[in-house]
Design a protein around this ligand. Structure first.
Ligand SMILES: Nc1ncnc2c1ncn2[C@@H]1O[C@H](COP(=O)(O)OP(=O)(O)OP(=O)(O)O)[C@@H](O)[C@H]1O
Length: 348
């Protein structure tokens, strides 16, 4: 899937122009789970809706499964959309239909004969583990089960691409894990390409292979999830990540730390250990090289997309210029360093 230079502008009542998409280009490889993350209003929904042309971009190119969709007539477009399933935040199930009839709905619209519909519905419900709920109505299901029905409905036409629009945002954390696990399993089983949008980095960390961060209609950062998490380049990405894998300094810790001596400064730092230098004894080496006292406050090992990395909070004491030199050295080694302002941990 290749989206190139997509633009979509809306003029609002006060005739201000909203650039929902301001030149977005993205490529998603077959079989990949690709996340688009951004705050509310960043343009994520507009972007994902451009993939099946529920939203038509003002300009740009939308190539899906090797074909440009923008030039197709209505009949051809309807046909191609069957290869692109979509899952919604609020499930969008029809309350008057049973689970099986909800899943059958896109097949009915596509004119699939009844016998074939039955087979496909059974197949889709089995894939999401809800075969025994076929005759139930949506009101009899939990949120997680409703989303499983939403996923089965998206899968019934046997698509190659699955679009997930905040698919877990209405679910509790445990159910979110379940649904994300299911999406990953389905990708593996059915060789699906998944494009998902979310405002939560935790979702990206859990299942995506690559991620694009959007802000004001533009992609501000893109890459492998592990790289973006461990070496974020843009301040907005850093803020997003801080919410997910930020330092964990116990409350009151800063107040208990020794004050810096005469002529000394104290800096709180978060160090991410990832990449080729992550196993080097950088803490003691930095201490020797720059004459610093490095007080380890907290540390843990976390995992992103199956790859481990270390995260540590330190208090560095020493001459201010030596601390700066050590920071530069850490950065040179490719370790992610983020100063933690005292105010971020005091007074909790
Ligand atoms: N049909 C429309 N008419 C006018 N403005 C629109 C329309 N659709 C989207 N916008 C505006 O475009 C911008 C991007 O919206 P979009 O819904 O794509 O963002 P988002 O990142 O998905 O946010 P959210 O998570 O809140 O949906 C917003 O400023 C929004 O108000």
């Amino acid at each position: 899937m290749r989206l190139t230079e997509l633009r979509r502008h809306f003029s609002t009542s006060g005739s201000t122009l909203v650039k929902a998409l301001d030149g977005v280009s993205l490529s998603v490889a077959p079989g990949e789970i690709f996340g688009i993350v951004g705050r509310s209003g960043a343009g994520k929904s507009t972007l994902i809706r451009c993939v099946n042309l529920l939203e038509r971009p003002d300009s740009g190119s939308v190539r899906v499964l090797g074909e440009e969709l923008l030039g197709l007539d209505d009949a051809a477009l309807r046909e191609r959309r069957r290869g692109i399933g979509m899952v919604f935040q609020h499930f969008n199930l029809l309350a008057s239909r049973t689970v099986a009839d909800n899943v059958a709905f896109p097949l009915e619209v596509a004119g699939v004969p009844a016998a074939e519909r039955k087979t496909r519905v059974a197949e889709a419900l089995a894939l999401v583990g809800l075969a025994e709920k076929a005759k139930n109505y949506p009101t009899q299901l939990s949120g997680g089960q409703k989303q499983r029905v939403g996923i089965a409905r998206a899968l019934a036409p046997r698509p190659k691409i699955l679009l997930c629009d905040e698919a877990t945002s209405a679910l509790d954390p445990e159910t979110t894990q379940e649904i994300l696990g299911l999406i990953k399993t389905l990708r593996d089983q059915l060789d699906l390409t998944v494009l998902l949008i979310t405002h939560e980095m935790a979702v990206v960390k859990e299942i995506c292979d690559r991620v694009a961060v959007m802000e004001r209609g533009q992609v501000i950062e893109e890459g492998r999830v592990f790289d973006v998490f461990t070496r974020p380049a843009h301040p907005t990405t850093r803020r997003f990540i801080a919410d997910t894998i930020g330092h964990s300094i116990p409350p009151g810790t800063v107040a208990r730390l020794p004050a810096p001596g005469a002529g000394e400064a104290r800096r709180l730092l978060q160090v991410l250990f990832a990449g080729p230098n992550s196993t080097r004894s950088v803490i003691s080496e930095a201490s020797r090289r720059y004459g610093l006292d490095l007080n380890i406050i907290s540390g843990r090992i976390d995992e992103i997309a199956g790859e481990p990395f270390g995260i540590m909070a330190l208090a560095a004491y020493g001459a201010p210029e030596q601390i700066e030199a050590a920071l530069a050295w850490f950065a040179e080694l490719g370790l992610g360093i983020t100063p933690i302002p005292d105010s971020a941990v005091e007074g909790h």
